[in-house]
Design a protein around this ligand. Structure first.
Ligand SMILES: Cc1cc2nc3c(=O)[nH]c(=O)nc-3n(C[C@H](O)[C@H](O)[C@H](O)COP(=O)(O)OP(=O)(O)OC[C@H]3O[C@@H](n4cnc5c(N)ncnc54)[C@H](O)[C@@H]3O)c2cc1C
Length: 417
């Protein structure tokens, strides 16, 4: 039985990346079947900080400063945590991540990465307007706040250089500026802040993916529950098992976020992807905070969301399936409470997600090197919510064989084969 009618493309994974890819393919007139093992936007795309980071032209590098490495190794900071048992399998990817973070390589990566990030807002705008999701979006940017003068001064000069180099809008706030703009916080504990003005923020990222999916369905797209691990080549195309039977199409897109490696290893691909786990929890206080703010030295993001104040943590290096160890969240609660009364937890348990990161900090967008009709859109790391629509458009253009709107070469899967 064929479950998909006349689908011309299967898109596996209904996070922001898969849904945006499905919308972009549909806009070119393709019949698309979106397949997920649960509903759309229920995983990483649900639990993030909701930032559409137009300013994130420079991806997060492995720290080059040995003091920072020692701080992480000794577990002295809160922005990074690790499971000792996970380190043997992480040594290889982290070593490559460090190699790509060497200043000249990192600068070249940022120049490529910027070409995609620059499109992030304009590509979201199309789907925000068409899906009627403007009520979920604010255009007030986000803030990095600093408790020490040293960290503030370094960040201020880096932000000015980035703003000049990439044409970004930023306000560097001293004490008076903070008092006026961040009046919800105890600014007497802060030395200064960087306000990135070009970013947009989303009050419920999972709901945004839901709206985009509704638009896709309203325009004739189809959604099925199914397990992408059943993906197989049929000779003429690709097939996957869904709740309605076997779905087949000439082409398939793997947009499975942190789970892409599980499915692709069955097809013989060993992509250099590792995860940086992260936690969030909502609280019923902090209602006066209107702009998402990072307590930079403590690695805690405070994001006002529909469900309450969402506290989010930095990176945890652990096996993807290891049980949650939300030690960073415990510190986050304490340090955030110094800046704002966070109130009581709304969620019974912390949420745990995983950023799907590549060793060279760029997503993997393009044709599978060894299989006809198979395409990748994955590895969006810290900026998948930001990049979903921009990456979706690029991949759709590659699949359709129309001139891509930006140079796809820096994102090609072939760079790893
Ligand atoms: C704490 C935290 C904060 C973040 N903050 C931000 C931010 O502010 N801004 C930003 O841009 N990014 C942020 N990110 C990163 C961003 O959330 C991710 O890069 C993005 O959500 C990845 O999207 P995706 O569609 O690739 O993956 P996902 O959203 O994880 O989607 C993958 C989909 O695949 C499905 N799936 C998995 N396995 C199977 C299978 N076997 N069969 C069928 N379906 C399957 C899942 O159900 C899921 O729906 C953050 C991430 C974390 C963890």
């Amino acid at each position: 039985m064929k479950a998909n009618g006349d689908a011309q493309c299967l898109v596996l994974g209904a996070g922001i990346v898969g849904v945006s890819t499905a919308l972009a393919l549909q806009a070119h007139g393709l019949q698309v079947l979106l397949v997920d093992r649960q509903g759309p936007g229920k995983e990483t795309s649900f639990g993030n900080a909701g930032l559409i980071q137009r300013e994130a032209v420079v991806p997060y590098a492995f720290p080059r400063n040995w003091g920072k490495v020692v701080e992480v190794a000794l577990r002295q900071g809160n922005d990074v945590h690790y499971h000792l048992g996970a380190l043997p399998s992480l040594v290889g990817p982290l070593w490559r991540y460090r190699w790509h973070s060497e200043p000249e390589r990192h600068a070249a990566i940022a120049r490529s990465y910027a070409t995609l990030i620059e499109q992030s807002i304009t590509e979201h705008v199309t789907w925000i307007e068409m899906s009627g999701a403007s009520d979920l979006v604010k255009k007030d940017g986000w803030v990095q706040a600093f408790r020490s003068n040293k960290a503030f001064e370094a960040a201020a000069s880096e932000s000015q250089a980035r703003a000049t180099g990439f044409g970004l809008n930023v306000d560097v706030l001293g004490r008076d500026g903070m008092r006026a703009r961040l009046d919800a916080l105890r600014t007497d504990l802060l030395q200064g802040a960087i306000h990135w003005l070009d970013a947009w923020t989303v009050s419920d990222p999972g709901a945004l993916v839901g709206r985009y999916t509704k638009l896709f369905l309203a325009n004739g797209g189809r959604l099925a529950l199914g397990d992408a691990c059943s993906l197989r080549s049929t000779g003429q195309g690709w097939a996957v098992k869904t709740d309605h039977g076997i779905a087949e199409a000439p082409s398939a897109v793997v947009a499975l976020g942190p789970w892409a490696t599980t499915v692709l290893s069955r097809l013989g691909y060993r992509l250099p992807i590792f995860v940086k786990r992260g936690y969030h929890r909502h609280y019923d206080g902090g209602a006066r905070l209107k702009i998402p703010t990072l307590d930079a030295e403590h690695g805690v993001m405070m994001a006002p969301m529909s469900r309450g104040l969402r506290l989010l943590t930095g990176a945890e290096f652990a096996a993807a399936a290891a049980p949650p160890t939300p030690v960073q969240l415990a510190v986050a609660e304490r340090t955030a409470n110094e800046l704002i009364d966070i109130g009581d937890p709304v969620d019974p348990q912390p949420w745990l997600g995983a950023r799907p990161c590549t060793v060279d900090m760029k997503p993997i967008i393009g044709a599978a090197p060894r299989h006809n009709g198979l395409w990748f859109n994955l590895g969006h790391g810290h900026q998948g919510l930001t990049l979903g629509p921009a990456s979706g458009r690029l991949l759709a253009e590659l699949i359709l064989g129309v001139a891509p709107y930006i140079d796809p070469a820096p994102f090609s899967p072939r760079r790893f084969t």
